[in-house]
Design a protein. Sequence first.
Length: 384
Amino acid sequence: MSSVYQNQIMSKLPNVTTSIFATMTKIATENNAINLAQGFPNFNLDEKLANIVAEVVKKDVHQYLPIAGYPPLLNKIAKLILDSYQRKVEPETEILVTTGATQALFTSILALIKKDDEVIILDPSFDNYEAPTLLCNAKAIRVELNDDYSPNWERIESVITNKTRMLIINSPHNPTGKVWKENDFLALENLLEKYPNILLMSDEVYEFIAFEEKHISIHSRKKLVDRSIVISSFGKSFHITGWRIGYLVAPEYLTMEIKKVHQYLVFSVNSLAQAAISEYLDVASVKELGKFYQEKRDYFRKLLQNSRFELMPCEGTYFQVVSYASISDENDLDFCRRLAVEYGVAAIPISAFYADGKDSKLIRFCFAKDDRTLEEAAKRLCRV
């Protein structure tokens, strides 16, 4: 393309480059490394779901569905929320099926955030929170969590202004595996009670993957549900990240606005996937998911016991953070590159989740892999 035309384009995201997930996956592929960087399982599809897909594909589910989602699926989601959190939601007006949790986040922010609004993001944070905020010509206010990744409420309140429109929280937490406690939610309720104009977005895509500490959902907080958007992911819960299907739950006055944007982004989500998941919810159980991944976590941690890495606490998600401080003085990105090239294991540097690139010599591994993969990865890591 001629530079004449290139010079006419003013980037809306001038500081955004290729995501760290794509970068490390590319390095993993180029070096034939085991990819423990990107957060996706390598298990086979549940045979029950595979059989359902084979039957559903023969049915009349191949045309556009209603904007909100496949009606039977909306009812099943409402039942899942009632069974899991004792919250009753209206399927037609308070649930929206989305093309993955990322689209739910993006669409909600585009719908509800205006120019010059401020959105508080707690670091380390998933990189998809900031981009839609910037595209709204709003300001992302990045606030660091405590050293143990619990929320620092004084620090959070200190950045609230009359322009603050949204606070984004994430528990179980990516990338650290932190699970918020009851006291954190009580403090959150007290804070937001003082600022009635602030909306809450709760990213709960790992809601069913919590271990010793039970996940506390915003669905169960009566003081907060009327001002909250709760984001969930079938991809994370059912090991089908490539299906790109999730959902959000919010009061009608919010979903009404979110649907206005949703209809122009995707109109409706993949019909076959919605129909299949709707039937799968009749036979699948999310109750065993935490136990399943806790066994994975414990096995991976056992395999790394004789390595030089220091294992950080992991209370939820399928990510294990480790410190390599006793191994190298390299910055975390360079260390991750060398780990992939020289030892054949790809990880994610935690500095990528901070606005200021804070480097504490920590990296993240995904343990949502079969045992053979974890065993081979650990063998390589024990050589470091």
